[in-house]
Design a protein around this ligand. Structure first.
Ligand code: PLP
Length: 390
C-alpha cells in the first residue's frame, strides 16, 4: 500500500526508541534485567486484588462487566476521584470537572486534541516523557523544548524568549520522567503566575504524584487554579504508578468544568468509555480505608527510595532523583552514553537512551529502579559496575 495515504503527522512519528534494542532484549529473554521501561514489580493494593476475585466469582455468567459504561466514567469513581484530588493534591474540582481516561496517555491525547489547532505551540519542559512529543505533533501542534530546572527557577528568563502568538500551553511532569524533578510551593506559584500573566494554559502530568522521596514537598499546580477567575490548569493522573496498575489502563484528567466540557466530548470520540472492570479495580484502590491507603503508598515510597539509593551507588556522581522511578545519568557525550548502553545490554541490563527525552539530553541514559525486585536490581548494579565506561 502507498504510504501517501498516511497523514504527514503519522509518517513523522518516531518509532519507539527501543526498537533498535528490541532484538537483543528478546534474545536475552528472562536473563534481561529490564531497566529501560517504567514498570513495577509490586502488586496493586490488596483491595484491588480482592475486587478482581469478587468479580470473577460473583459476576461470572452475568453481562455486568461486558456492557458499555458512561463515557465520562462511573459516577461513583468520579465522586471518589474528586475526594482524592482535594485530599492528596489540594485540587478542588467537582465530579463534573473530571474525565476518567485510558491511562494518563489518553488523558494527554484528549488534552492535545481539545486545546490545539495545527500550528499551536506547546512548551515542553525537558527532559520530558517520550510520548508527549508525538501526542502534540499528531494533532498538528508544535513542541518547543525548554529546560525544566532553569524554567522553574526563573520562568520569565527562560520562557519569555520562547513565546510566540501561537504559544498556548506549558506541559511538564511533576515529578518528572526521566529525572524525578518536582515543583515545591514557591516554584509552582512562580510558574503559575507567569502562565497567568501570559495567558498560557498548563498541562500538569502527575503520573508519579505519590512517588516523592526524602520527605520533600511536592505541590500540584492545579491547587492554585481552584477559585481562579480564568482557570488554566488541566491536571493528569493515573493508577499506573501509584497503585501498580499500568496494565489496567486507567487514569483521569481534572480541570475546571468549563474546560472539561470539551475535553469530555473529545475523550468520548477517542475511546467512548473505559472498561467497567478496570474502573472497579481503580475504585477499590481509592476506597481502601485511609489507613490502608496511606500504608500502601508509604511502604511503596520506602521500597522505591531504597531501590533508588541502591541504583545510585552505581552512579555516585549523578543527581539522586527527588521523585519518580528513574535515575537519569549523564555521560561525556552521546557516543559514550550509547556505547555504554550497548555494553550493559550485552551483559543483560537494558536502559533507555537520552534522546528519547527531548533534544537537550543526548548524552544521558535513563534507568528505572522500580521495574525489578531489590535482589534483581542488585545484580544489575553489579553488572553496571563491572562495565567500564566506554
Ligand atoms: C510522565 C508520564 N506521564 C504519563 C505516563 C503514561 O501513564 P499511563 O500508564 O497512565 O498511560 C507515563 C508513563 O510512564 C509517564 O512517565
Amino acid at each position: 500500500m502507498s504510504a501517501q495515504v498516511l497523514s504527514r503527522s503519522a509518517q513523522k512519528l518516531r518509532p519507539s526508541v527501543f526498537s533498535e534494542l528490541t532484538p537483543r532484549i528478546k534474545e536475552l529473554g528472562e536473563r534481561c534485567i529490564p531497566l529501560h521501561i517504567g514498570d513495577t514489580y509490586r502488586l496493586p493494593p490488596q483491595a484491588a486484588l480482592s475486587a478482581l476475585q469478587r468479580v470473577a466469582s460473583e459476576e461470572l455468567g452475568t453481562t455486568r462487566y461486558f456492557r458499555y459504561t458512561h463515557p465520562f466514567g462511573r459516577a461513583e469513581l468520579l465522586e471518589e476521584v474528586s475526594k482524592k484530588l482535594v485530599r492528596d493534591n489540594g485540587i478542588a474540582v467537582p465530579p463534573s470537572g473530571i474525565q476518567i481516561t485510558c491511562g494518563a496517555t489518553q488523558a494527554l491525547c484528549a488534552l492535545a486534541q481539545s486545546y490545539l489547532d495545527p500550528g499551536d505551540e506547546v512548551i515542553v519542559l525537558c527532559p520530558h516523557w517520550p510520548l508527549i512529543r508525538g501526542i502534540v505533533e499528531t494533532v498538528g501542534g508544535k513542541v518547543v523544548d525548554a529546560p525544566y530546572k532553569e524554567t522553574i527557577e526563573d520562568p520569565g528568563a527562560v520562557l519569555k524568549p520562547l513565546l510566540t502568538e501561537r504559544t498556548k500551553v506549558v506541559y511538564f511532569a511533576n515529578p518528572n520522567n526521566p529525572d524525578g524533578r518536582l515543583l515545591n510551593g514557591t516554584e509552582a506559584e512562580r510558574l503559575y503566575r507567569f502562565c497567568a500573566e501570559h495567558d498560557l494554559h498548563i498541562w500538569s502530568d502527575e503520573a508519579y504524584e505519590h512517588i516523592v522521596f526524602d520527605g520533600r514537598e511536592k505541590v500540584s499546580i492545579g491547587s492554585l487554579d481552584s477559585g481562579a477567575d480564568s482557570p488554566r490548569v488541566a491536571s493528569v493522573f493515573t493508577f499506573s504508578k501509584s497503585f501498580g496498575m499500568a496494565g489496567m489502563r486507567v487514569g483521569y484528567v481534572a480541570a475546571h468544568p468549563s474546560l472539561m466540557e470539551s475535553i469530555r466530548k473529545v475523550s468520548t470520540h477517542q475511546i467512548y468509555d473505559l472498561s467497567d472492570l478496570t474502573q472497579e479495580l481503580a475504585l477499590a484502590a481509592l476506597k481502601q480505608t485511609p489507613d490502608q491507603y496511606q500504608a500502601f503508598l508509604s511502604e511503596q515510597t520506602r521500597e522505591y527510595e531504597k531501590a533508588r539509593d541502591l541504583l545510585h551507588t552505581a552512579f555516585p556522581d549523578s543527581e539522586k532523583s527527588p521523585g519518580g522511578a528513574y535515575l537519569f545519568v549523564e555521560f561525556e557525550n552521546r557516543e559514550q552514553a550509547w556505547n555504554t548502553m550497548l555494553a550493559w545490554l550485552e551483559k543483560g541490563v537494558s536502559s533507555a537512551p537520552g534522546e528519547a527525552f527531548g533534544g537537550l539530553h543526548p548524552n544521558y541514559l535513563r534507568l528505572c529502579f522500580t521495574a525489578v525486585p531489590f535482589s534483581r536490581l542488585k545484580e544489575a548494579v553489579e553488572i553496571i559496575r563491572s562495565v567500564p565506561r566506554a
